[in-house]
Design a protein around this ligand. Structure first.
Ligand SMILES: *Cc1c(COP(=O)(O)O)cnc(C)c1O
Length: 341
């Protein structure tokens, strides 16, 4: 059995478990957990920001990050398939009164002209004012798409020139960094608020980080507590994050190779399902054509391959440190055969 539904399926390695077991701990609501403090300091520094806030989930880090830029009744612009729009259970609206307008794009790629046309800061008494644009890099439902750095830089400049904030949902920013070689701090300086996950490709069991200015993080810390997100000796989880930064960033290239081999194996038999050239990181999105995705996923499961049916005609496979390149290539052969027949 090979399970390619998500890179959240990673289990902590023996080395990571050992790091968790021996981590110095304290009460983080008093800001006295040394392991959390270290992970917050280190992650913020990597991204060129002043401060970090360790959160239970990427959804929470996004919720707090967007709220730093957007007041209730204002809007954030984002991709129609963005995680914040599709997979956070409406939290930005339900909890913070933030509205969204979305842009439909190919593969989740930032469409600069579309944002330029939609930006509506200080919209006056009749229209909703735009307070932020949120970008996802890599783009999950777009198929692990890496946003071109130049586009991000132009978007940041455009937004900042009209007083609009920019949030990065960097759940898999590590993968973008691994694929492009662009330093994390170069991504970091384009954005006012950034979320990153340790619980995806980095292999930690739990945990994400919001980074921003010290003043912003102080505000977010209050709001996190208000939402019930204050936690105590969570350094046991932060230790996994620190271990991941030391041991699991460089190896992401292996996941990218495995995803590419998977896509090639599929395309060999079902070339219409995916163009392997577009697979840049650890996520492969497949078009099942005439066949319902759920039916193909069920047939694959019978043959020991688990993938996600994320749309009526869309399957997603994700590689991570628990699966080998050989297994992924074999899984691709199974799916390719099912899509051909
Ligand atoms: C996984 C993910 C998140 C955060 O998800 P949680 O399950 O809340 O940790 C945020 N954005 C993207 C793009 C993701 O893939």
């Amino acid at each position: 059995m090979i399970d390619l539904r998500s890179d959240t399926l990673t289990l902590p390695t023996p080395g990571m478990r050992e790091a968790m077991l021996t981590a110095p701990l304290g009460d983080d609501v008093y800001a006295e957990d040394p392991t959390i403090n270290e992970l917050e300091r280190r992650t913020a520094a990597l991204l060129g920001h002043e401060a970090g806030l360790f959160c239970a989930t990427g959804s929470l880090a996004n919720l707090l990050g967007v709220r730093l830029l957007v007041e209730p009744g204002q809007e954030v612009l984002c991709d129609a398939a963005a995680h914040i729009a599709r997979a956070e259970m409406g939290a930005h609206a339900a909890v913070h009164g933030v509205t969204m307008r979305t842009v439909s794009s190919a593969d989740g790629l930032v469409d600069l002209a579309a944002y330029e046309a939609m930006l509506s800061p200080n919209a006056g008494p009749h229209l909703v004012s735009t307070a932020a644009v949120a970008v996802e890099n890599t783009h999950n439902f777009g198929g692990g798409t890496v946003q071109p750095y130049e586009t991000l830089a132009e978007l940041s400049e455009l937004c900042h020139s009209v007083g609009v904030g920019v949030h990065l949902d960097g759940a898999r920013l590590w993968n973008a960094h691994a694929a492009t070689g662009v330093p994390l701090a170069d991504y970091g300086r384009l954005f006012d608020t950034i979320s990153v996950c340790f619980s995806k490709g980095l292999g930690a069991p739990v945990g994400s980080m919001l980074v921003s200015s010290a003043a912003n993080i102080a505000k977010a810390r209050v709001r996190r507590k208000r939402l019930g997100g204050g936690w105590r000796q969570a350094g046991i989880l932060a230790a996994a994050g620190l271990y991941a930064l030391d041991h699991h960033v460089d190896r992401l290239a292996e996941d990218h190779l495995a995803a590419s081999l998977f896509a090639r194996a599929v395309a060999e038999q079902a070339p219409g399902a995916v163009d392997p050239e577009t697979v840049a990181t650890n996520i492969v999105v497949l078009d099942t054509g005439e066949r319902p995705a759920a039916e193909v996923a069920a047939a694959a499961l019978d043959e020991g391959v688990r993938v996600s049916a994320l749309g009526p005609r869309m399957l997603r496979a994700v590689t991570y440190l628990g699966v080998t390149a050989d297994q992924c290539a074999g899984a691709g052969t199974v799916i390719g055969r099912l899509l051909r027949s």
